[in-house]
Design a protein around this ligand. Structure first.
Ligand SMILES: Cc1ncc(C[n+]2csc(CCOP(=O)(O)OP(=O)(O)O)c2C)c(N)n1
Ligand SMILES: [Mg+2]
Length: 756
């Protein structure tokens, strides 16, 4: 097994082909410029090398200043980029700010400086200032976000940026192939008005991560997706040999990530001493060229050091002996670059001192200014949870159904299933908006296009066939199958939406949404808020949900919507019938927020709630409930597949007991229609909340609590709930019936409450 130490020692023994690049092994010959002999170092001029040192030194000194400020309790957190400056500045020199795209991780201070971020901006992050351009005081320092430079907002989970970088590259390529999609059509009353997109055609996406992070599953999903798509992404693994206290040989089988990934096709690979900025620049230049020319992704494995422990909360002396740390110190990029400049006669001692003095003076001014910066106003906390530009609950999303009264053939328009109308809505929206792409597991008609072209097969279009025909109509660029990897589906969609596309992705079964949970909870829903409106990603995730399937069992019957309504920033929709599904899906697509669109499998082809297609502009605003059955004696609040069951129970209760139930279908769970609930309960004075998910801690608990809190004076009876038993859904139909709420359970609960 090759360990980190072993790697250092064996590098020299690898032979010229596989040897890690260093300046010693690959110097450029002197070139002639303006009649003078000018030596270039891997293509870098003397001025660029001086600039390189300035960035490296500035980066290190910002770390030092921040550490001091943290000790003085003037900032609240510190994460250093120390030891990673060489590879960072090299990447910044090889790539173009505001042209290429960047998903840097927390050690990339030098990269950000090289791309043009100002030290003052970094100190503003530390103090959590209102004017911090990354997040306005919402995120920790070193969580970079600079829209003008295409540095995309970063989070704290290690590795969740990687799939988004892949999606970002896909987005760029899609736009280059569909340039019209970038235009904003006149009168486009939708998210496009507020989502300017730009693309270059040959832009490269940079993403970095630590050696430890390469153990995350999402890293491997991203590598696979990038290789499959031959995408222009540079994966830069900054290998400092440790993930907090865990050394690389415990983290990575065989101790070398380069060796593990070497089998990925379509990649260009580099392994480099990332403390050497010149060798790193050479490696990055080759990687960039390969990606820019469209050959595929690149992998840069940069060996770096971590002289300042993991963070200020960590003391590496607890797990690293002095000798090991001292050996790292020999490769420190600050001293190393300084020595290089002296040795090559690019700067003398006086020049170095002068440069360092200038940096110190600049940093002093930046720190002083940042310490005076105003903090954000507490009243601003809810700003940018959702789009400030488009309110999907507004009247702008209220349109009337358009069904031809006398169709061409003279027949009444056919009542269509929910499945039919979801497909029809997707089709019409795809015609209207070229930014829409659909992908997921099995959603394409047929990945092997030639089978379709030769009419050998009809095509599939989803396990429930809701996307059937769309690949045939719109082509494989716009409707395609994804690898079986839910985090990748959501993560890639998030990256594409950041670039301005409108991915409408499918999670095949709600039961399998959990691998995507990190992307949904920690990325998709929070990107706008954490970047202080710098970035947004209004993705639509369609998910087949729910039970009552007789045989669906544990893993094809789950609900769990309250897990998602609990997430700020995410809209959650759950229609019960065809027309609502069409109207709400269109609102989901045209709005500017991420939406979880829950489609009940049992309702897809149910005879309940079929309707004619309400036309290509039919929309329903979010947060507007529907009174399915008006009444005066008891309010029942429900949604999804419980709606037809509750209706059955309500009709029976009226028939048998004369009790008039007011049945409310919420349709949209976040936002939800409090006004309709309040008006109804104020009238009936009794409330029952019914839902298919398990009873305890479910969606109904929140509704019941609000009623108890805000309508206490109106109530003549306790607020009751009917829901599934607190257990998983079983396979045997007798058990399933006993677990899920049935019409008779609803009937009994309604009867009891009406008699209370
Ligand atoms: C998903 C996730 N798990 C755990 C953590 C806590 N954590 C933060 S950094 C880190 C180590 C990362 O090591 P590496 O990827 O090698 O990067 P380095 O800090 O060494 O540059 C851990 C475990 C986290 N932020 N996210
Ligand atoms: Mg590490």
């Amino acid at each position: 097994m090759e360990t980190y130490r072993g790697w250092l020692e064996s590098n020299e023994a690898r032979g010229p082909k596989n040897r890690m690049a260093t300046t010693k092994t690959d110097p450029k010959l002197p070139l002639t410029a303006n009649g003078k002999k000018a030596k270039l170092y891997e293509g870098l001029t003397r001025e660029q090398l001086i600039q390189t040192y300035r960035v490296i030194y500035t980066s290190r000194r910002i770390d030092d200043r921040e550490i001091l400020l943290k000790r003085q309790q003037k900032i609240y957190f510190q994460m250093s980029g120390a030891g990673h400056e060489g590879i960072g500045v090299a990447a910044g020199l090889a790539l173009k700010a505001g042209y290429d795209w960047f998903y840097p991780y927390y050690r990339d201070r030098a990269l950000c400086l090289a791309l043009g971020v100002q030290p003052y901006d970094m100190f503003l992050q530390g103090v959590g200032a209102a004017d911090d351009p990354s997040s306005g005081g919402r995120q920790m320092p070193s969580h970079w976000s600079y829209p003008a430079l295409n540095i995309v907002t970063q989070s704290s989970p290690t590795g969740s940026q990687i799939l988004q970088a892949v999606g970002c590259a896909e987005g760029g390529r899609y736009l280059a192939r569909h340039p019209k999609a970038a235009e904003i059509p006149a009168g486009a009353a939708d998210y496009r008005q507020f989502k300017n997109v730009s693309f270059q055609g040959d832009e490269v996406t940079y993403v970095s991560l630590g050696d430890g992070t390469s153990s995350e599953g999402e890293f491997w999903e991203a590598m696979n997706a990038a290789a499959l798509g031959k995408l222009p992404v540079i994966f830069c693994v900054e290998d400092n040999g440790y993930a907090i206290s865990v050394p690389v040989e415990v983290q990575t089988a065989g101790g070398s990530i380069s060796r593990l990934v070497s089998g990925f096709p379509n990649f260009h690979f580099e392994e480099v001493d990332g403390t050497d900025p010149v060798a790193s620049y050479a490696a990055f230049s080759r990687a960039t060229r390969y990606c820019r020319e469209g050959h595929g992704p690149a992998f840069v494995h940069a060996h770096v050091i971590r002289p300042y422990s993991h963070s200020l909360s960590d003391d590496e002396r607890l797990y690293r002996p002095d000798a090991e740390r001292e050996r790292d110190a020999q490769r420190d990029p600050v001293t190393r670059t300084q020595m290089f400049l002296l040795r090559e006669g690019i700067l003398d001692e006086k020049g170095i001192n002068q440069l360092e003095k200038e940096v110190e003076a600049e940093l002093q001014i930046a720190v002083d200014r940042a310490l005076e910066a105003l903090p954000p106003a507490p009243e601003s906390i809810l700003k940018f949870v959702y789009s400030p530009d488009i309110d999907p609950a507004s009247a702008a999303f209220e349109t009337q159904p358009v069904v031809p009264e006398v169709p061409a053939d003279g027949k009444k328009p056919a009542a269509k299933t929910m499945a039919d109308l979801i497909t029809a809505t997707l089709r019409d929206e795809m015609k209207r908006d070229e930014r829409i792409v659909i992908f997921g597991e099995d959603v394409a008609d047929c990945s092997r296009e030639e089978y379709l072209k030769r009419k050998l097969v009809k095509g599939k279009g989803g396990v429930f066939k809701l996307t059937f025909g769309l690949q045939n109509e719109f082509g494989p660029d716009r409707v395609f199958n994804a690898p079986l990897a839910e985090a990748a589906i959501v993560g890639r969609a998030t990256g594409m939406a950041t670039r301005g596309l409108k991915p409408v992705v499918e999670i095949q079964f709600f039961d399998y949404i959990w691998p995507a949970m990190m992307q949904i909870r920690d990325e998709l829903s929070v990107i706008r808020w954490r970047s202080n409106n710098g970035f947004s990603c209004p993705v639509v995730i369609r998910v087949a949900i729910g039970g009552y399937l007789t045989g669906g069992a544990i893993y094809h019957s789950q609900c769990g919507e309250s897990v998602f309504t609990h997430i700020p920033g995410l809209r959650v929709v759950f229609p019960s019938n065809s027309q609502d599904a069409a109207g709400l899906l269109r609102t989901a697509i045209r709005c500017d927020d991420p939406v979880l669109f829950l489609e009940h499998k049992r309702l897809y082809r149910e005879s309940f709630g079929r309707a004619a297609y309400p036309g290509p502009d039919y929309m329903i605003p979010f947060g507007k409930a529907k009174i399915v059955h008006p009444g005066t004696d008891l309010t029942v609040i429900t949604y999804g597949a419980v709606v037809p069951r509750a209706l059955q129970a309500a009709q029976k209760l009226e028939r048998e007991q004369g009790v008039k139930v007011e049945l409310i279908d919420l349709r949209c769970l976040n936002p939800f229609d409090w006004d309709t609930i309040a008006a109804s309960v104020s009238k009936t004075n009794r409330a029952l909340v019914a839902y298919e998910d398990t009873l305890s801690w479910g969606y109904g608990a929140e509704i019941a609590a609000r009623i108890a809190d805000q309508l206490f004076d109106k109530l003549d009876a306790p607020v009751r709930r009917v829901a599934a038993k607190d257990v998983f859904v079983a396979y045997q139909p007798i058990l399933e019936d006993a677990i899920l709420p049935q019409p008779n359970d609803l009937f009994l609960a309604m009867k009891e409450l009406s008699e209370y």
